[in-house]
Design a protein around this ligand. Structure first.
Ligand code: FAD
Ligand code: MG
Ligand code: MG
Ligand code: MG
Ligand code: MG
Length: 552
């Protein structure tokens, strides 16, 4: 009851009674969005104004265009060109913004518990009521249990990028001092990137460009051969989630540019002045090595936020994934009351449960026919029928159900010419895995945000009575809108005055400067506002004319 009072107090404070317009909004369903990143903003951009009373809660009051963040660390782009104030984005749907952090959710009372620090550093907590809640809080950097990460740099937000930029410049300045020994200078100019994914690779490429293009101009005393860039990657290739041809191209390119790529290597500890890592050699033996360094970037994949972990724990058995919040195919958070809470973007994963659905369906069928389901054997023609059913329920599975004969043969482990339940479950389980491994990318978060916007728009119209009678078993989502389907539009990465594209299905482009411009124009088009686009264009033009802005 206490928090109901506080929630009511909050409603007054937000100023809904200020104007005629806001008074009208007060009657609308309350849509609360946690997080103003790719997922949250994609939702806000496509939501019909006037249908919902929108509130965004996030500790950051700007949207960050992350794909360009590596460029900003070395001054190719200005940081302010990459951000868009959330309040500006919210203006369209007359939404409210609360700069605070979500801590917990009271699912049964439909309240989000949030916290913020006041000017004295005291924590203030309060509750925000919702009718629909969208969780889009993203992820944090994965520490992988490595020691000494307080000595490493991260690249997630604007502050991180600024810190990196200052450190890189500071290292150069220190290296130039007459009192710096040769050995110390080499160490200061040794840059290590831990993680060979797109972020690490792009940062290394940007850094390399900076060293080559601008350094001689600003720091004529430093010798190029005293500077080194290293990438430490635990797998056998960098960009290992991309097509093989793409990661090969990137490796060759780095090889030519003398960026040192250390594969099959794992960082064990980051010290102030060196990195300790183990490397698996070709003969299978493992050696421990040291690398003196003046800078280490840590970018080795993503982990759930503390908030996501709290929710997963609270929902108990309904949440079984250790890496993300599980949703159904309509992006509803598993375990929460149906249709109240959604999760999108990096913090979430979609669970299809293909195997469970189909097996339950077959079981029921068997019982109805008076058979014992455990003894059922599916012939190829039965399997074809089942596959048809899977396609109908899970359209996104179709592309994994192309070679039915091959699948049948592969999973008929005992070569009986039939599939029993165990074999079928394994087959469907494998398809399920392929469906659930959605990438932690802006592309995916954006698609999920858009999907929810379109659905919410439709549902707002529905609840005005149009289809409401047809909705069976209270599943308004399924009645209103199709399930979420991810469309992979390709990946791309910048690798030093050239870019690589992985468009899936063996379509790769890689190339020189023209590719960079294509790469830029792709992101240009995705960039959120005209204002941001103008700022980026100006930065690129400035860089072309005057070189990078070598200042913090
Ligand atoms: P985010 O965009 O991270 O947004 C999360 C939001 O939630 C933030 O506003 C955050 O402040 C807020 N938040 C966090 N905790 C809370 C809380 N407790 N309560 C309320 N709000 C909270 N993807 C690509 O597709 N292509 C690329 O080229 C690419 N490059 C990248 C480069 C870098 C340097 C990085 C870091 C990422 C890159 N990504 C790229 C990945 C992409 O940025 C993420 O996949 C995407 O941001 C995920 O969107 P999201 O909405 O889930 O989370
Ligand atoms: Mg978001
Ligand atoms: Mg973001
Ligand atoms: Mg998210
Ligand atoms: Mg068999």
């Amino acid at each position: 009851l206490n928090f109901c009072f506080r929630a009511a107090a909050w409603l007054v404070f937000i100023g809904d009674d200020d104007t005629e317009e806001t008074r009208a909004m007060k009657e609308k369903p309350r849509l609360v969005v946690l997080g103003g990143g790719w997922g949250g903003v994609a939702l806000l951009k496509d939501l019909n104004p006037d249908e919902y009373h929108v509130t965004v809660i996030s500790p950051t009051n700007y949207f960050l265009f992350t794909p360009m963040l590596p460029s900003a660390t070395v001054g190719t782009l200005e940081l302010r060109s990459l951000v868009e104030p959330i309040r500006r984005i919210l203006h369209r749907c007359r939404g409210h913004f609360i700069r605070a952090q979500a801590e917990n959710v009271e699912f049964s009372h439909k309240l989000v518990e949030v916290s913020q620090r006041d000017l004295n550093g005291q924590e203030v907590r309060f509750y925000v009521p919702y009718d629909k809640l969208v969780i889009a809080v993203g992820s944090t950097t994965n520490p992988h249990g490595v020691k000494g990460l307080e000595n490493a740099f991260f690249l997630k937000n604007v502050d991180d990028a600024r810190k990196i930029r200052n450190r890189v410049i500071q290292n150069f300045e220190l290296a130039c001092l007459p009192t710096t020994s040769d050995e110390e200078r080499k160490r200061l100019l040794s840059f290590v990137v831990s993680g060979g994914g797109p972020t690490g690779v792009e940062f290394a490429a940007e850094l390399y460009d900076l060293l080559n293009e601008d350094l001689s101009r600003h720091f004529p005393r430093l010798l190029r051969n005293e500077i080194s860039v290293h990438i430490i990657q635990s797998r056998s290739h960098i960009l290992n989630t991309y097509d093989e041809a793409v990661s090969k191209y990137a490796e060759e390119r780095f090889n030519r540019d003398q960026v040192d790529v250390l594969t099959n290597s794992r960082v064990k500890e980051v010290k102030e002045d060196k990195i300790i890592f183990s490397q698996k050699l070709e003969d299978g033996s493992v050696v421990t090595k040291e690398l003196p360094t003046g800078f280490c970037l840590w970018s080795t994949g993503v982990s759930p936020t503390a908030f996501s972990i709290t929710l997963a724990k609270k929902l108990g058995d309904a949440q079984t994934n250790r890496h993300a919040l599980e949703t159904d195919t309509h992006l509803r958070l598993n375990g929460a009351p149906l249709g109240d809470v959604y999760a999108i973007g990096d913090c979430s994963t979609v669970q299809n449960n293909v195997a469970n659905h189909i097996i339950t369906f077959l079981r029921t069928l068997a019982w109805k026919q008076g058979k014992d389901p455990e003894t059922i054997q599916l012939h190829f023609s039965d399997w074809r029928y089942v596959a048809q059913d899977v396609r109908k329920r899970f359209p996104q599975a179709s592309e994994h159900l192309k070679r039915l004969d091959k699948l049948f043969e592969e999973f008929d482990k005992d070569k009986s010419g039939t599939l029993d339940f165990g074999e079928l479950r394994e087959l469907l389980g494998q398809i399920d895995k392929k469906l659930t491994s959605l990438p932690a990318t802006a592309q995916r978060a954006h698609q999920q945000g858009q999907y929810l916007a379109h659905k919410f728009n439709k549902m707002a119209r529905l609840s005005q009575g149009l289809l409401a009678n047809d909705v069976k078993d209270g599943d308004l989502d399924a009645a209103a809108y199709k399930a979420f389907e991810y469309h992979h539009l390709g990946s791309l990465a910048y690798i030093g005055n050239s870019a690589v594209f992985d468009l899936g299905e063996g379509w790769n482009i890689s190339g020189g400067l023209w590719a960079v411009y294509t790469w830029r124009s792709v992101y240009f088009a995705q960039s959120v506002s005209f204002r941001t686009r103008m700022l980026m264009a100006m930065d690129w033009a400035k860089r072309g004319l005057f070189g990078r802005a070598f200042k913090p």
